[in-house]
Design a protein around this ligand. Structure first.
Ligand SMILES: *Cc1c(COP(=O)(O)O)cnc(C)c1O
Length: 371
């Protein structure tokens, strides 16, 4: 206890831009959780979960929705809803479902991921054409297209609505279903200006995270047709995600949908300000124009060291930014960092690069850690 306090005293103040998942509920959100009406959601008797699911249907213009524990869970529910064992899904090379969900499609649904290089994590029909396997006994069945909006590893990019229409039209014309990993769907909507329903009309199922920019401690939702969501509900039970008095967390999600969407614009502006502030640093590579939402990817000059080493150096100086590749780092803005803090973080990047970090042992945490 004593030594822990000593360590804490010596630690610089942490500006945590590691992820938009690090946010803590605000007092208003806690209040919504505490005062939520609750019941047994497994029997569809939790009024707050029911209200949340109805709100999501209304916003997205879909028939049904099912609350889930995490974005990984609702994505994997989506995959299993659409596919049979032996089927194949198409996804951009960097897609979360293929890379960062512990091999879920293979392990949980017997589905292989065909990873297709796109642009900024997004696919267009020129990359997709010819990717559907012929009806032939030697081949697996191409069943599902997975899109990510915004893209995570692709750079926090939002699909233009014309591209959504084009790609989904192609998929449906070819007999595919479309599932959207919309972990950050609302960032995409705020950045582009299209409405949830304008986007959702083109796709079959969408998974949305409440624990990212929306600021909730946990939870996600899968939205789609009545038939698909009925199936997904059974799969949620199979995956151990059917909960009881889930209103205590759904209350946070209702609060977030009512209060935390428009303000994402602030996160996007802070991301831009951070990107601009680090763009002048010798040894840092970033294209400010590529920063569209709340994720800022940048590269460190290999002559200075690698991303894990810079990450360590930053952490020692009170800023948490993770490695996202050998020389690539990712910084996130969110509810719990303000403009002053992101500018302070940019100054710390400058100072760390100036001081050097080649002698440090790199430490990477999170999904991009190597070795
Ligand atoms: C965060 C995230 C998810 C969900 O991941 P969890 O670890 O389950 O929260 C899904 N897709 C993308 C693109 C994400 O960034």
């Amino acid at each position: 206890m004593h030594s822990l306090r000593k360590v804490m005293e010596n630690m610089p103040i942490m500006i945590d831009m590691f992820s938009d998942t690090v946010t803590r509920p605000t007092p208003g959100m806690y209040e919504a959780m505490v005062s939520a009406e609750i019941g047994d959601d497994m029997s569809a008797l939790d009024p707050t979960v029911n209200r949340l699911e109805a709100m999501a249907c209304e916003m997205l213009g879909k028939e049904a929705a099912v609350f889930a524990c995490s974005g990984t869970q609702s994505n994997q529910m989506g995959v299993k809803t659409h596919c049979n064992p032996g089927d194949e899904l198409l996804i951009e090379t960097r897609g979360h479902i293929a890379n960062f969900e512990a091999g879920g499609p293979a392990a949980l649904s017997g589905v292989t991921c065909r990873q297709i290089p796109g642009h900024n994590g997004m696919l267009d029909i020129e990359q997709l054409e010819g990717m559907i396997r012929a009806d032939n006994q030697h081949l697996c069945i191409t069943r599902l297209l997975c899109l990510e909006n915004t893209t995570n590893s692709g750079g926090g990019r939002a699909y233009p609505i014309e591209q959504v229409e084009r790609v989904c039209g192609w998929a449906h014309d070819n007999g595919l279903k479309v599932h959207v990993d919309g972990a950050r769907l609302f960032n995409a909507l705020v950045a582009t200006g299209y409405s949830p329903a304008e986007f959702a009309q083109h796709v079959d199922t969408i998974s949305i995270c409440f624990s990212k920019g929306l600021g909730c401690p946990m939870g996600s939702i899968l939205v789609g047709s009545g038939e698909d969501i009925r199936k997904a509900r059974r799969i949620r039970k199979l995956f151990g995600g059917a909960l009881r008095q889930a209103g205590v967390v759904a209350g946070a999600a209702v609060y977030a949908l009512e209060n935390n969407i428009e303000r994402m614009e602030v996160d996007h502006q802070n991301a831009k300000a951070f990107a601009e502030a680090i763009s002048g640093i010798d040894g840092i590579q970033i294209d400010v124009d590529e920063v569209e939402t709340n994720l800022v990817f940048f590269e460190v000059d290999p002559q200075l060291g690698d991303a894990t080493q810079l990450s360590t150096k930053l952490r020692e100086n009170g800023v948490k930014i993770g490695a996202a590749g050998q020389y690539r780092l990712r910084a996130c803005t969110h509810l719990d960092v303000d403009r002053d803090q992101v500018l302070q973080a940019a100054e710390t990047v400058q100072q760390c690069v100036q001081e050097g970090f080649a002698d440090l042992v790199g430490s990477a945490t999170g999904p991009y850690a190597r070795g």
